[in-house]
Design a protein around this ligand. Structure first.
Ligand code: 3AM
Length: 186
């Protein structure tokens, strides 16, 4: 069995900015900058046959590249407890188009449809003991540079392995998106 997810990788310049925000919150388990990503579809544990099938089905996705823009900081969790600090990603047609194509590829391979609403984000850190006030303060006291973002020109099938020093993500396959110049001509 192998644990998989499909995501956009985050380039080094954006990773660098995000790393600069990872401080000042005791109890946070900060994401290793090498692991920053924007999840398009969590797949979970599948057997190797399914993994191969998925890898091939993703290869058939023909979608244009697009801009990814970070849109402020926030947190996930419930009303009583935050579970993660995130950078929000602004939704745009290119991103939503790709996410829908990845979702239908997953369903075509026999996976159950994703029931949760797509909330694009990059996880900065995980929280266990932080209060809502602590998470709110973290978000209020920090600013992302205006229009921080990157060009998405590929997406990746990652495997995730839980080691005693945290999650290790490995690129199992990557898929090119069409050049924006061609996309504009559509
Ligand atoms: O994009 P992020 O970092 O929020 O939280 C996990 C991470 O998402 C998520 O998949 C990404 C790569 O591990 N994830 C882990 N278990 C999950 C689950 N059972 C899950 N997403 C949905 N359901």
């Amino acid at each position: 069995m192998i644990r998989l997810f499909v995501a956009l990788p985050v380039p080094a310049d954006v990773r660098h900015v995000l790393t600069g925000l990872q401080n000042g919150l005791p109890g946070a388990r900060w994401t290793d900058p090498e692991n920053f990503h924007l999840t398009l579809r969590f797949i979970g544990e599948v057997d190797f046959g399914m993994a191969e099938d998925l890898a091939h089905t993703l290869m058939r996705i023909d979608a244009p590249g697009f801009d990814v823009t970070l849109d402020g900081l926030g947190w996930f969790g419930n009303k009583r407890k935050p579970s993660a600090l995130i950078a929000n990603i602004r939704k745009n047609d290119g991103l939503l188009h790709l996410q829908r194509k990845v979702e239908s590829a997953a369903v075509r391979c026999g996976l159950r449809p994703e029931s949760r609403k797509f909330h694009p984000h990059i996880t900065l850190g995980r929280l266990k003991t932080t209060s809502i006030e602590g998470a709110e303060r973290f978000v209020a006291e920090r600013r992302l540079p205006r229009d921080l973002g990157f060009d998405a020109d590929r997406f990746v099938l990652y495997s995730s392995f839980l080691s005693h020093c945290g999650s290790i993500y490995t690129e199992e396959a990557d898929y090119a998106l069409r050049f924006a110049a061609y996309a504009a001509a559509e």
